[in-house]
Design a binder for this molecule. Structure first.
Ligand SMILES: Cc1ncc(COP(=O)(O)OP(=O)(O)O)c(N)n1
Ligand code: TZP
Ligand code: MG
Length: 224
């Protein structure tokens, strides 16, 4: 997936499976303060991508957050994606966008982003949605939620089996999301997830986000 991110082997990441960590930002943040927190997290270990996920912000506020946080990720060769907004991702130098099933026309977004920007698509627990996303040129398909989560109210529950099926059938990378932490991630890694997307496991880690990144990478490596 992340086209501008270094391969796992160059990052000292998880060579066996290639499974890598994908950080989604907390639901609320103050950009200047969060920039330091993000930098510390990214400096703690291998991270393939960061997704800025802020809801109900004006375009101006979103642009301010992007302008502060995007360079923190990109300076470290970590891809920076924007949640929900392909248009703003394109205008603001992001590496791509993540769109859900109600976040507009995926084909139009693919066209807008062009071949050099990434498009990730939520597919819940649906093989059909994933095949549609793959056909229209998604750079990754995201399945979930795999576990209970307090970050978002979720309506779909996915099982590791869908990752195994996808990996066996298609080459488009898969992302697993939803309640994933260092203790429960092994079956997802073993089922072939290319990326584990997490919020709480890193930003709410009791010893801080850097410890959260280390714990996730250790767990991914142990499961590989
Ligand atoms: C990597 C990744 N996977 C899934 C989602 C969920 O996207 P969506 O269904 O559009 O829900 P919101 O995140 O917009 O609430 C995601 N953001 N990232
Ligand atoms: C954005 C999103 N989409 C499905 S579950 C989820 C929240 C993931 O957060 P956490 O890793 O804290 O469960
Ligand atoms: Mg969305």
């Amino acid at each position: 997936m992340p086209r501008s991110a270094k391969p796992a082997e160059e990052q000292g990441g998880n060579r066996e499976t290639g499974c890598r960590l994908y950080l989604v930002t907390p639901p609320a943040l103050e950009p200047a303060r969060f920039a330091d927190i993000l930098a510390a997290a990214l400096d703690a270990g291998d991270v393939a991508a960061v997704q800025l996920r802020l809801k109900d912000l004006s375009d101006d506020a979103l642009r301010r957050a992007i302008d502060v946080l995007r360079p923190v990720a990109q300076a470290r060769d970590v891809a920076f994606l924007l949640n929900d907004r392909a248009d703003l991702a394109k205008k603001t130098g992001c590496d791509g966008a993540h769109l859900g099933q109600t976040d507009g026309d995926h084909a139009a977004a693919r066209k807008l982003l062009g071949p050099d920007m990434m498009l990730g698509i939520t597919c819940h627990a649906s093989r059909h949605l994933a095949m549609e996303a793959g056909e229209l040129g998604a750079d990754y398909v995201a399945f979930g939620a795999f576990f209970p989560t307090s970050t978002k109210t979720v309506e779909h529950h996915a099982e590791p089996e869908i990752l195994a099926w996808w990996t066996e059938m298609f080459e488009v990378p898969s992302v697993a999301i939803g309640g994933i932490n260092a203790t429960n991630c092994a079956p997802l890694v073993q089922a072939g997830a290319d990326f584990l997307a997490v919020v709480g496991a890193v930003w709410n880690h009791p010893d801080g986000p850097a410890a959260g990144v280390r714990a996730m990478n250790e767990a991914i490596a142990a499961a590989s």
